[in-house]
Design a protein around this ligand. Sequence first.
Ligand code: ADP
Length: 606
Amino acid sequence: MSQALNKPPTTDELYRGYPKRLAEEAKYSKDRLLSHKTLPDSVPRQRGVRLPPDTSRETFDEAIAALQQELGKDNVVVNDKPLIDGWYLEHPNTHDAFHLVDQEDLVASAVAYPGSTRETQAIVRWANKYGIPLWPISMGRNLGYGGSAPRVPGSVVVDLGMRMNKILSIDAENASCVVEPGVSYFQLYEEIQKRKLPLWIDCPDLGGGSVLGNAIDRGVGYTPMGDHFANHCGMEIVLPTGELLRTGMGALPGKDGKDNPTWQSFQAAYGPYVDGIFSQSNFGIVTQMGMWLMRETGHQSYMFTFPRDEDFPAIVEAMRPLAQNRILGNIPQLRHIVQELNVTGLPKSHWYDKSGPIPRDVIREHSKQLPIGECSWVFYGTQYGDEASINTQLQLIKATFSSIAGTRFYLPKDLPDDHYIHSRAKVCSGVPVLRELDWLNWKPNAAHLFFSPITPTKGVDAQVVHDLNVKLHEKYNFDLFPTLCVAGREMHYITNIIFDRSSNDEKKRANALMRELIASAAAEGYGEYRTHLLYADQVAGTYNWGNGALLKFNETIKDALDPNGIMAPGRNGIWPKKYRGKGWEILGDENEKAVGGGTIAPKSKL
Ligand code: ADP
């Protein structure tokens, strides 16, 4: 059936669906996105099932039969069907929907669906027996960083979300919850509403991701509890040998076999704080996680605009003391005016019908027609508390930003109902939405890729990273969409590189742009906080102080915990001994070469 005819699932029908309150938005979003699609839903596979490295078809079939015996036939599915990229709410768990190399390159050989921690342990023991690499995902929606795709083609994707998607507890007094991997922001939010609890969640720009998956990948949201990993409390982990570990206070057994009553109250417990090594790593599969929730409070979103491109360093200087003094209530965003065109959801061709990036003067002309009028930088913030304290905070913020001539201030009520600020106001008060999907209408068959360096919250540093971005986006002919997520001492400077999946030329340019951005930022001393799996080796290689001391340390842990190298080999640039130095690392232009029929598979066998 063509995708266009499918109705996307609601959260009542499928754990990864959308809540009914967003039915209209989901339909509109899907219709609009598919109307820009020129690619077919799928094309016949050229290469057949991609087997795990060094595994014959015979051994693979035997191994799959053994796993099916353990989990049930329906819970282990060989990936031999056509690959469908789908869209956000119907995304694949077999490959990268936003493929930067061939669609058939970063693919799973099979997908396994554990229904419990015990079954997850069984999968891990099975993988050790057959030497088959696993790739655990919770929801697989970190699109822009690789989605569900495994780094080693032919790995078995362990899709935890499908059957492990329960909210295990919500403790309203402690303002915390415990979730399984398949609990989405939508699901957690709806449950809290259903129970009428005075609690907020913190969600990222889109609400369909996994609460647990996003936290261990160190994603961010926008309320005062926007640092997701910093607000987790306690984990349960299946180690690469199949053993089970509980971190934090969970390591101390509760009375009568119950969970420890302080597991979600105190993070570090006793001894080394090990949770960190299970974030952005391949040291285990997280099967449960505690998350802190926020107490409901008053809130007011708002916007400032700044007139000139050159105001950028001054804005950063103004934001720093406001953030350090915790006057800025959340993780605000600073964006360039070009994003105001983009978040309307209209295609680029509506604004500019030539190829190549939209020239600055064209953006300026169009921005005159927008409700906020002509400007260069746009700041989205939210303040929290009672009305009187919000007003005091806003006065201070206005006084600080007024040092930049021509600054304007807007509240949501000043702007039309369909303006993006209303969606930001929801996200910044913990209401998960879909609106951010509108970005993808920019190009036909649009996919995106994030370049995500960290800069100090200082004008000079931010300017260096910004200038690099401007120069290299120009060189590779891409529009530059910078979004800065602002904290007191650092900013996540995120650029969203939007490319057309049907164009090999765009894929090659996007790959080359990423490689050069990473290298040039590192040469200036700036590094990424997260990256697409194709650049993991390059980014890990930039953190090379002390002759690569950090990577060596990670490899030592990896080899100790995962002697057979079965757990997500290559994730975050960490390769187990079995793979290390055998041609798997991507450090040169292999990605560009793999577009249009090439392969990123290893140069040598294991
Ligand atoms: P989301 O859908 O929330 O954006 P994912 O489920 O794709 O996030 O998780 C992001 C990444 O984190 C995955 O690609 C995977 O490498 C890793 N990951 C996700 N869930 C787990 C888990 N439960 N245990 C170990 N690693 C995980």
